[in-house]
Design a protein around this ligand. Structure first.
Ligand SMILES: Cc1ncc(COP(=O)(O)O)c(C=O)c1O
Length: 370
C-alpha cells in the first residue's frame, strides 16, 4: 500500500504529461517558458486572485513576500510552532525573529486567542517590532483567517498565508492561497497538487506586490535581465514542472472531491477508535494529510507497519524545541498543546485513489490495537 499513490495518478495523465514535455523539448525554453504564463493564468483563475507568480519552491514562495515586507533584525513575525520548518526558517533567514504561538487542540492550526496574547506580550515588552503573521493551513485545513485578520488589523501586521499544504481547500467559498493579502503554496510532489521536482506559487490581488515578485524572482531585475533594481533570488520555475502541473490541473478538482470521500470514509470507520480530524464548518480541506491522535501511537504505527501499511508523523518535534531555534530560548512546556499533539499524532495513507477496502484493512488493524 502506498502512503501517497502518485503512480495511480500518473497513469491517468501520462500521455498529456509526455505531450507537454515534447512541446518543451521542441521549443527549448526550459526556464520561464510559455507554460509558466499559462500555469499562472490557470491557477490565478482557479484560486480567484488577480495575480499568480510561479516560483522555484514553496519555501521561496514564502521568502519572496517577506523580502517585499523588508523584515529584518528586530522584527517579530508570529507563526505556529506546529508546522514544517520552512514556515519559520524564512523569517530567520531574513534576520527577523520567529515568535511562536501554540495551536488549537482540535484543528492543529494556530490558536487565534493565544496569537492575540502573544502579540500583546511582544508589544508590551518593546523588544521586538511586531510586523506580520504567517498562519499555516496545516494538513490542508485553512486556519481561522477571520480571527487572525482581526488581530492583524488591530496591530497593523501583514498576513502571509502558508498554503503549502492546502492548495484546493477553501474557507467560506474562498480558495486557499486567497485567504490573506498574499498566499504561498508548494508543488512538492507529495502536496495535493504536486509537480515532479520543486515548485511553488504566490497569489495576490495587489499589482505592486506582483510587480515586485516578478523582479525578485529573477535576481531583482529591472527593465531587463542585466539591470538590477534590488537584490533578489533565483526563484524561477522550470517549464517542465509547469507542464506536469497543467496536465494535473485537468483532474485536480475531481481529485479534491475524491479526497473528501476518502476522508469521510476514514471519519466513519474510525469514529470512537482514534481522535479524527475536526474540520471547521466554513472550511473544505484539501486533505494533504489525514492525521489522527492515539495515546499509544508507536504501538499502532508498529502494527500497521507489520501489515505493510505506511504511516508518517507530522510533526514529532514542534519548532520551538528544534535545535535550529534553540537561540530563541524556548523550552519544554512553553506550548503544551503542540507538545502533547506531537506525541500522539500520526498520518494515515491519504490520496484520491485510496480504495475503501484498503481503508477498511487499515481501520481494522487500528481498532485491534485499542
Ligand atoms: C507548511 C509548509 N510550509 C512550507 C513548505 C515548503 O515547501 P517546499 O518544500 O516546496 O519548499 C512546506 C512543504 O514542504 C510545508 O509543508
Amino acid at each position: 500500500m502506498q502512503f501517497i499513490d502518485l503512480a495511480a495518478q500518473q497513469k491517468r495523465i501520462r500521455p498529456q504529461i509526455e505531450a507537454g514535455f515534447k512541446k518543451i523539448l521542441d521549443h527549448g525554453q526550459y526556464i520561464l517558458g510559455p507554460e509558466i504564463g499559462e500555469l499562472e493564468e490557470r491557477l490565478a483563475a482557479f484560486t480567484g486572485v488577480t495575480y499568480a507568480v510561479a516560483v522555484s519552491s514553496g519555501t521561496d514562495a514564502l521568502l519572496m513576500p517577506l523580502m517585499i515586507e523588508k523584515i529584518g533584525p528586530g522584527d517579530a513575525v508570529f507563526t505556529t510552532t506546529f508546522t514544517f520548518i520552512a514556515t519559520a526558517e524564512v523569517i530567520q533567514l531574513l534576520g527577523a525573529t520567529p515568535v511562536f504561538v501554540d495551536i488549537d487542540p482540535e484543528t492543529f492550526n494556530i490558536d487565534p486567542l493565544k496569537l492575540e496574547e502573544v502579540i500583546q506580550r511582544v508589544v508590551s515588552e518593546k523588544k521586538l517590532m511586531p510586523r506580520g503573521i504567517i498562519p499555516v493551513d496545516l494538513f490542508g485545513h485553512p486556519a481561522d483567517y477571520r480571527s487572525i485578520q482581526t488581530s492583524a488589523d488591530k496591530y497593523g501586521l501583514f498576513v502571509l498565508e502558508d498554503a503549502a499544504q492546502s492548495f484546493g481547500a477553501s474557507q467560506n467559498g474562498k480558495k486557499a492561497g486567497a485567504l490573506a493579502r498574499v498566499g504561498a503554496t508548494s508543488f512538492f510532489p507529495a502536496k495535493p497538487l504536486g509537480c515532479y521536482g520543486d515548485g511553488g506559487m504566490i497569489f495576490t490581488d495587489q499589482k505592486k506586490i506582483y510587480e515586485q515578485l516578478l523582479s525578485i524572482r529573477v535576481h531583482g531585475q529591472g527593465a531587463d535581465k542585466y539591470t538590477n533594481v534590488r537584490v533578489g533570488i533565483n526563484g524561477r520555475m522550470d517549464s517542465l514542472q509547469a507542464a506536469v502541473l497543467l496536465a494535473k490541473m485537468a483532474i485536480f478538482p475531481e481529485e479534491i472531491e475524491l479526497r473528501q470521500e476518502v476522508a469521510a470514509r476514514y471519519d466513519q470507520m474510525l469514529a470512537g477508535v482514534v481522535k479524527v480530524p475536526k474540520i471547521l464548518k466554513e472550511n473544505v480541506s484539501a486533505w494533504a494529510q489525514y492525521s489522527v491522535l492515539h495515546p499509544r501511537r508507536d504501538e499502532v504505527i508498529k502494527k500497521l507497519r507489520e501489515n505493510g501499511i505506511p504511516t508518517a508523523i507530522y510533526y514529532p518535534i514542534p519548532l520551538h524545541l528544534q535545535e535550529a531555534f534553540a537561540h530563541l530560548g524556548y523550552g519544554k512546556n512553553d506550548f503544551p498543546v503542540a507538545e502533547k499533539i506531537a506525541g500522539e499524532i500520526f498520518s494515515l495513507p491519504m490520496h484520491p485513489y485510496l480504495m475503501s477496502h484498503e481503508q477498511e484493512r487499515i481501520c481494522t488493524i487500528i481498532e485491534s490495537s485499542k
